[in-house]
Design a protein around this ligand. Structure first.
Ligand SMILES: Cc1cc2nc3c(=O)[nH]c(=O)nc-3n(C[C@H](O)[C@H](O)[C@H](O)COP(=O)(O)OP(=O)(O)OC[C@H]3O[C@@H](n4cnc5c(N)ncnc54)[C@H](O)[C@@H]3O)c2cc1C
Length: 646
């Protein structure tokens, strides 16, 4: 680690070499795909144009999707025996790279290859794979993923659409029984989908079996809705103008029995139901768990968009001049103002840290769900929690960063040609789809507090919370074990008081861990008082605490992964530069949560003021490195078309 916070760039080491080294580290395990994308992708393949109508945007996006599919980009996440490449992690990385282009296209391809295709692959079996995967990869068969209903978005276990097996006819009847059961906001629905994976309550002669997915043809060859299917258009939205979001309403639509995506539950001809998984709850969450990739993609895509915004704003910041400094003829460059650095550098540092955490998530996803995957319930549970939390924090980071970058570019940032306005509008909804962020953070906390197997029993809320609280002790032990890799760094920090250098990574990690552990332990203590009667109220009254605990856990994960990546670098100037970047991430995070650290005695008043001074120092120290740091992000140059960033 660096000895001071204000070292100047290493003399004599070319900036390019450091940028290359950092880029290789940021690119992570799928560097080759990222490089291929950078080399192959031309602007017209993935960019849009400002000021176009909804119809023009939709037509352009569909054409671009088909052209990407033609080049084989649709095959990356699919099973090899059906013509795919089955590199699951790579499909997430591709989503990230596409997010440097038009986000409508990114989302549209995400719906087609990720949500629709992914559900057919993950929830379906050989008969569905053989019949549909090739056409899905090539874009010959366009489809939707129809889960959300007007009445239920976050609480999808309570969907109202029914899928009832008719023993005499030997097929299903798909029905939307109430106005609020209309499927809505569904990507690909309004214009393009020929089929949809529809989520509905499965009803067989023995009773309801909970939510299942079924493949439903929705349009004929001429693009007209099939009998019994009413398709609507959500119309203009706050962003993503090229995605045709719409509605489906089903009136007693007949669906062949074979169309049930039956990996986790099947209905025989005589109407008997079988499933390899006992219990409706466990089955439902297992099904959702197999679809976790969508959240990895959305978090990574949002973070990529934030990086592009930072490149635009930082480049503009190095050129734009306002107000003269005494004794200097020219006006000052705006990035030389501390206030401007304060806007952009902490967010740049956080982008770096998030990249390392995102790479780790993608690798874990590949290990657990890729071609060579080994089933690992504990690993899957951890992954689901991390993915939910990272999705929330990455998308919020993107929304905040893109808005800040827009402001940092003044009026120019508001002009359509400079890209930031559309990016801001498009990333907004990333906080909502693939799981509302607030709801996701609650999942993270519940996961941390709950032992795996019991979560899946069919328990009511009081039982669950009772279990949650009994498990707190074990959870802490488990977390501690997972931290072994960096324990030496933390242990080396003695004493942990005002004498410890602020740029001591061990101290920074200790602070993040202290916060995460304390929040979790005290949450457990609060919930331990739960009874069947007061469980809902108790949990509700602790919701702010729940969210803080989840957030602190994910922040610790981010710093841990950033530290691990930094440690993997050979000693030298690139590593020293990254060290400063991680210092800035850690200290600006501590600064943002000063109130908590002060209230809980982890910072003294004096040290708290020093944290702020150090953040200022680091911003100024990184100012001469802006070119290296932005180039290292690896945003494809041809996709930065904003005139202010040239
Ligand atoms: C552009 C767009 C594209 C989409 N594409 C698809 C798609 O292709 N397929 C699909 O199936 N769905 C899609 N969706 C739907 C999306 O997944 C849902 O909108 C999302 O899950 C949130 O559900 P909701 O809109 O019903 O919000 P709600 O669940 O009603 O949430 C509203 C608010 O209530 C809060 N809230 C809810 N529950 C709690 C709680 N327990 N505690 C505290 N606060 C709570 C939330 O934080 C949120 O702020 C899309 C949505 C949009 C906008």
């Amino acid at each position: 680690m660096s000895n001071t916070l204000t070292e100047t760039p290493e003399a004599g080491v070319p900036a390019d070499a450091r940028a290359d080294q950092l880029r290789a580290l940021l690119d992570g395990p799928w560097r080759e795909l990222r490089e291929r994308f950078r080399a192959e992708i031309e602007p017209q393949m993935v960019l849009g144009e400002p000021g176009r109508s909804i119809e023009e945007n939709r037509a352009r996006v569909t054409a671009q999707l088909l052209s990407l599919a033609e080049k084989g980009y649709g095959r990356i996440g699919f099973l090899t025996q059906y013509g795919g490449e089955y590199d699951y992690g790579a499909s997430c990385v591709l989503f990230e790279m596409q997010a440097y282009g038009d986000l409508s296209l990114t989302v549209k391809t995400g719906v087609q290859f990720g949500l629709f295709g992914g559900a057919v692959q993950r929830l379906g079996t050989q008969r569905h794979h053989a019949a549909y995967l090739e056409d899905i990869m090539t874009g010959k068969l366009l489809g939707s993923f129809a889960m959300t209903e007007e009445g239920h978005g976050s609480n999808v276990q309570r969907l109202e659409t029914t899928l009832t097996y008719d023993v005499e006819a030997g097929d299903f009847v798909l029905h939307s029984p109430t106005p609020s059961s209309i499927k809505t906001y569904i990507g690909n629905a309004a214009r393009d989908a020929q089929m949809a994976v529809v989520f509905a309550q499965l009803i067989v002669p023995s009773g309801s079996q909970g939510v299942h997915a079924v493949l439903v043809p929705v349009r004929d060859g001429d693009g007209n809705p099939l009998p019994g299917v009413t398709i609507g258009d959500n119309g203009p939205k706050a962003g993503l103008p090229g995605v045709d979001n719409g509605t489906f309403f089903f009136d007693h639509v007949r669906v062949p029995r074979e169309n049930l995506l039956n990996a986790y539950g099947d209905v025989a001809e005589d109407g008997s139901y079988t499933s390899p998984i006992e219990g409706e709850n466990k089955r439902f969450f297992t099904m959702l768990g197999t679809l976790v990739r969508g959240r990895v993609c959305v978090g990574g895509g949002a973070a990529a968009s934030a990086k592009k915004a930072l490149v635009i704003a930082l480049r503009y910041g190095t050129q734009r001049r306002q107000f003269e400094a005494p004794g200097v003829e020219q006006e000052a460059v705006i990035l030389d103002y501390l206030a401007h650095q304060r806007k952009l550098f902490p967010r740049l540092a956080r982008s770096y840290a998030l990249s390392f955490a995102q790479n780790e998530l993608t690798s874990r996803l590949q290990a657990l769900q890729g071609e060579q995957a080994h089933p690992d319930e504990q690993g899957q549970r951890e992954l689901e929690g991390l993915v939910a939390g990272m999705k929330a924090l990455s998308t919020w980071h993107a929304i905040d960063t893109i808005q800040t970058c827009r402001e940092a570019c003044g009026g120019a940032g508001y002009m359509g040609e400079n890209e930031l306005g559309q990016m801001r509008a498009d990333t907004d909804v990333f906080a909502t789809f693939e799981g509302d962020n607030t709801v996701l953070l609650q999942l993270v906390a519940k996961g941390l507090l709950t032992e795996y197997k019991e979560t899946f029993s069919d328990l009511d809320a009081a039982d669950l919370i009772g279990l949650i609280t009994r498990q707190v002790g074990d959870t802490i032990v488990e977390k501690t074990a997972g931290r072994a890799g960096l324990q030496k760094l933390v242990d080396a920090v003695t004493p942990r008081n005002d004498e410890t250098a602020l740029d001591n990574r061990g101290w920074q990690l200790w602070m993040f861990r202290e916060r995460a552990d304390h929040l979790l332990e005290t949450l457990g203590k609060r919930l331990r008082r739960a009874t069947r009667e007061n469980a809902f109220e108790l949990f509700n009254n602790a919701q702010d605490h729940v969210l803080e605990a989840a957030r602190a856990h994910i922040e610790e994960f981010i710093l841990t992964e950033a530290t691990t990546a930094w440690q993997s670098m050979p000693k030298g100037p690139a590593r020293d530069l990254l060290d400063k970047v991680i210092d800035l991430y850690a200290l600006s995070s501590i600064e943002a949560d000063k109130a908590w650290f002060l209230e809980h005695g982890r910072l003294t008043d004096k040290r708290s003021r020093l944290v702020t001074a150090s953040v200022n120092d680091l911003c100024q120290a990184l100012r001469p490195e802006v070119d290296t740091l932005t180039r290292a992000l690896g945003v494809p140059e041809q996709l930065i078309v904003a005139p202010i960033a040239q």
